[in-house]
Ligand binder design. Structure first.
Ligand code: ZN
Length: 412
């Protein structure tokens, strides 16, 4: 393998960021705007300054680290996020940020010069840990979120994003100042852990992402009839949980039969009422989430599953109310950037897998404006958003080298 990045520096930084958490010993908890988030940002800033890099933070908290060039050069961008879920892993987001920083450090210490310049963006509030809404930072950059969302986005204590920004001394919001000049940014590449088991199972170190899956979430409220669990015979019951359990199994059956391999459906949340051992469950709320790379397929699969629920409801004599609660569209990555990544991987003699991302990423929303793609490295046993999240060191370095060499070739 050609030596491009400084491996020790990457592992040191990842270890340092791992220590900056609100839940010591129990994974990484670092919500945007928290004290830990500020400490992590200070760490990045110190590193950036040591290499003469410029850093700017926009009015919502996205941080940009740039080469100290004044010109109006065209931009090649990389980036990810440093916020986390509660008790999450140390690589989610941080890997892409640290490896992006490493590219800039390398360019500085080797005094490399290119036609275009390179920016690292550290997106704020990617995970949605504060506001239950993912990829918030990039949605503000693209204008998908505007000033009104400062009052709509609220944390669990009811504090709005506007109030949180004010308390953290952010300057007054200005959506026009926030938007980068997208015409001048020629590419965006994010390196991220896969967060699923595909690469790990296949034993391939590098994934090049062609699509980021979209998803549709429905909430289903089932109304049956609560009654004494001892005195009510099995016939004639209206058990909302028995019905919901049939729905869960039907969901698996339909997606396995009619879904393509890249499509998934999950019932991930159930609320059973009254949730007592001696009462027939009279009411259940559950979610159906369908994900895939094509919007039409997500819609048709959701409909297929929901109409099966309706048929079952008639048979089981319960009432159901179906409500759509969320939709995020799938994103297609740019062919020319995917090709650039493939060519670099071939040059590096590294096998790679063309794949889809099951998880949503900021690069998705950026891809509507900037030619974008992503690099994945394997997550051991597919684990992510947990403290045991891990990637082999050699895979991290392969991902970092693919990122670096492709960014430099695009900047040239
Ligand atoms: Zn992430």
């Amino acid at each position: 393998m050609r030596k491009l990045v400084n491996e020790n520096r990457i592992f040191r930084d990842l270890e340092e960021l791992k220590k900056i958490t609100d839940t010591q010993g129990k994974g990484v908890t670092r919500f945007s705007y928290s004290e830990s988030d500020k400490k992590a940002r200070a760490y990045l800033l110190k590193e950036a300054k040591a290499f003469g890099l410029k850093a700017e933070t926009d009015k919502i908290g996205n941080m940009f680290i740039k080469l100290p060039e004044n010109s109006k050069k065209e931009v090649i961008m990389t980036g990810s996020h440093i916020d986390s879920v509660r008790e999450g892993g140390y690589l989610d987001g941080s890997l892409g940020v640290i490896c992006g920083l490493e590219v800039l450090r390398r360019v500085r210490e080797k005094d490399l010069n290119f036609k275009k310049t390179i920016w690292l963006v550290v997106f704020v509030e990617e995970e949605g840990s504060n506001f239950n809404a993912t990829i918030t930072g990039s949605k503000f950059l693209t204008g998908e979120y505007g000033e009104e969302d400062l009052d709509i986005l609220k944390n669990k204590d009811g504090a709005t994003l506007r109030r949180i920004l004010k308390e953290n001394n952010y300057p007054e919001f200005n959506s026009e100042e926030l938007k980068p000049d997208f015409n001048n940014i020629k590419a965006m590449i994010e390196l991220h852990i896969e967060q699923g088991p595909v690469l790990d199972r296949k034993g391939i170190s590098l994934g090049i992402v062609e699509n980021i899956n979209g998803m549709k979430v429905h909430e289903i409220t089932v109304t049956g009839l609560s009654n004494h669990a001892g005195a009510s015979p099995m016939t004639g019951r209206k058990d909302a949980l028995v019905f919901s359990s049939e729905c869960v199994l039907k969901t698996k059956e339909i997606i396995e039969r009619d879904g393509k391999g890249s499509e998934v459906a999950t019932v991930g949340h159930l609320e059973v009422s009254p949730n007592m051992s001696n009462v027939i469950p009279g009411r259940v709320k559950f979610t159906l989430e369908v994900r895939g790379p094509e919007a039409e397929r997500i819609n048709s699969l959701s409909e297929m599953i929901l109409s099966e629920y309706r048929l079952l409801a008639e048979r089981e004599n319960v009432e159901i109310d179906i409500e759509k609660v969320a939709f995020s569209k799938p994103y297609r990555m740019d062919k020319s950037i995917v090709t650039a990544l493939e060519e670099t991987a071939k040059k590096q003699k590294e096998p790679y897998l063309l794949m889809n991302s099951g998880a949503v990423h900021d690069t998705g929303s950026m891809s509507s404006y900037i030619p974008s793609a992503m690099i994945f490295v394997p997550s051991i046993d597919g684990r992510s958003h947990v403290s045991t999240e891990e990637t082999k060191k050699e895979d991290i370095i392969k991902g970092a080298n693919l990122l670096m060499e492709t960014l430099l070739s695009l900047a040239d």
